[in-house]
Write a protein that binds this ligand. Structure first.
Ligand code: NOJ
Length: 559
């Protein structure tokens, strides 16, 4: 039985598997995934070979934003289980040598949080209101918001509460922002960090880690003055202010009360040069690098991102992270199957094209599914070969593409409702996983009477079910298993050499003679000369590797 060590650096090159708990496995067959469901599937995670799981929120929530509207930070949503179920899950994972990271959402709570309800009741000027961000409305009758700001999910960011005051919510109306100038808020989050750490969690993923501190001095800026006409997210009075780092220095003291210290990773969509600050050793220790989510399938772009992020991570002594998919972004099989260059706008190549594709219900631009899956496999093997942590998203090991067949009346994501409808939202990457090729919810739910999954699963899921891929040696699932297994044996220190091995090719060398060569082009490329006679360890495609690296393929060699 694997035992977990007290190595404080365990996460620096870990493979972390993100679980979206409502959509992973449903042990009671009610259509919604639950903690017992995850426990029932820990063998899938162990066989896959991941080092850790990150659980997206499973806390009590009205589900206005898929659980990122937390009503109680120190409990489990009754629809997902109990604290005992949580303890059982942690024990089952730890027994298999898999660590546990939980999501912490400090910018906002859910509007059902007892402190927000207290604030509404207690009224203007009360200490209860001071835990959130309330301001008087403008105009004689105070009916106008303090500022005409558009929230991140669309719609107004200031919401009236009926007594002349408004509260700020940078996201959904059901996600009131905390006031981090209030010491009670600071203390309460320390309590939450200790609560989960005491229950054995190994780390925290910090939601929108850059937003908590705001400069709300009067006059408040107009949207035009903020410099980002569509949303307040980019405003420098609300984003990435120095005070957030004081908060994290306090958190680090809490993390260091434990052995090993709890790790943390910041979700901070800030300009890349601002990222290292979040990853400083006396703060969170690691910060997500999302650059690949926005990058086209292009060797030069990938190399530039790889090199610059390794250098950025060095600045703080952290290790970097690699992410190709998560619960907020169109799945990478879909992004890579769209024409390169399509949708290159707003600095978001790939992602913009993918959003346009989803919005058109799959009509345009043209999508080449096989190509997308082939590149996705190559991309995954490439990131696994780079120094740093790879964060994988549930379902990518099955090669799932984005589900676009979701009727508007079945959508759940607030970005769809508040845009309104201009953005289809993120439901397409959150559809419950297929475990078997048949059954009401493709094995997602078990029990005598299984309800349909809470987001509709398309018929093509049958071909991608875990049990189907399990039997097929050439499946994506078995490729992931082989890659993760090999990586574990190959992994050395965090050094890397980039070789110039031709245009369209990204060739990296790791300690111990481990080479990874990715051919981003449409034609086979010569195996680099330094690898003549080297052993082929694994290829992301089934095409033969003899003197050539096939098109859109990553091959690992041992020289
Ligand atoms: C980032 C999370 O990843 C996303 O899913 C959520 O909607 C926002 N933060 C707000 O909490």
């Amino acid at each position: 039985m694997p035992t977990l060590t007290n190595d404080p650096n365990w996460y620096r090159q870990a493979v972390v598997y993100q679980i979206y708990p409502r959509s992973f496995a449903d042990a009671n067959g009610d259509g919604l995934g639950d903690l017992a469901g995850i426990t029932s599937r820990v063998d899938h995670l162990a066989t896959l070979g991941v080092d850790a799981v990150w659980l997206s929120p499973f806390y009590p929530s009205a589900l206005a934003d898929g659980g990122y509207d937390v009503d109680d930070y120190r409990n489990v949503d009754p629809r997902l289980g109990t604290l005992d179920d949580f303890d059982a899950l942690v024990a089952a994972l730890h027994e298999r040598g898999i660590r546990v990271i939980v999501d912490i959402v400090p910018n906002h709570s859910g509007s059902g949080h007892v402190w927000f309800q207290d604030a509404l009741r207690a009224g203007k000027g009360s200490p209860e209101r001071d835990r959130y961000i309330f301001r008087d409305g403008l105009g004689d009758d105070q009916s106008k918001p303090p500022a005409e700001w558009t929230a991140s999910f669309g719609g107004p960011a200031w919401e009236p509460v009926g007594d002349g005051q408004f509260y700020l919510h940078m996201f959904d109306v059901a996600q009131p922002d905390w006031n981090w100038d209030n010491p009670e808020v600071i203390d309460d989050f320390h309590t939450t960090l200790r609560f989960w750490s005491d229950r054995g969690v190994d780390g925290f993923r910090v939601d929108v880690a850059n937003l908590m501190v705001k400069d709300l001095s009067e006059p408040l800026p107009t949207m035009a003055e903020m410099g980002s006409p569509n949303s307040i997210m980019g405003c420098d009075r609300l984003n990435d202010l120095p005070g957030v780092h004081d908060i994290y220095r306090g958190w680090r003291e809490v993390f260091n009360e434990y052995d090993p210290p709890r790790m943390a990773v910041a979700e901070a969509w800030v300009p890349s040069e601002r990222r290292p600050a979040y990853a400083r050793p006396d703060e969170l220790g690691q910060a997500f690098n999302f650059d690949l989510l926005l990058a086209p399938w292009d060797a030069a772009a990938f190399r530039q991102i790889a090199e610059s992020n390794l250098a950025l991570a060095d600045q703080s002594g952290a290790s970097t992270t690699w992410v190709l998919s998560n619960h907020d972004i169109v799945r990478h099989v879909t992004r890579y199957g769209l024409p390169i260059g399509a949708g290159e706008q707003e600095g978001m190549p790939g992602t913009a094209a993918a959003k346009a594709y989803v919005l058109s219900d799959g009509a345009a631009p043209e999508f080449d599914e096989e190509l997308g899956r082939r590149r996705a496999a190559a991309g995954t093997m490439l990131i696994l070969a780079l120094p740093g942590s790879s964060y994988l998203y549930q379902g990518e090991e099955l090669g799932l593409k984005e589900v676009i067949e979701i009727a508007d009346d079945q959508r759940q994501d607030p970005t769809f409702f508040r845009s309104p409808g201009v953005d289809k939202g993120r439901d397409g990457c959150r559809v419950p996983l297929p475990w078997t090729p048949t059954g009401t919810s493709y094995g997602f739910g078990v029990g005598d009477q299984v309800a349909p999954a809470h987001l509709p699963q398309p018929e093509w899921f049958a071909d991608f079910a875990v049990s189907v891929q399990d039997e097929d040696p050439s499946s994506m699932l078995n490729l992931y298993r082989k890659a993760l297994g090999l990586r574990r044996g190959l992994l050395g220190d965090e050094t890397v050499t980039f070789h110039d091995s031709g245009e369209g090719v990204l060739h990296v060398e790791r300690p111990g003679g481990w080479h990874s060569v990715t051919n981003f082009t449409q034609a086979a490329a010569d195996v680099p000369e330094v690898l003549a006679g080297a052993e082929v360890l694994l290829s992301s495609s089934s095409d033969e590797v003899s003197g050539e690296v096939p098109a859109n393929t990553t091959v690992w060699f041992r020289a």
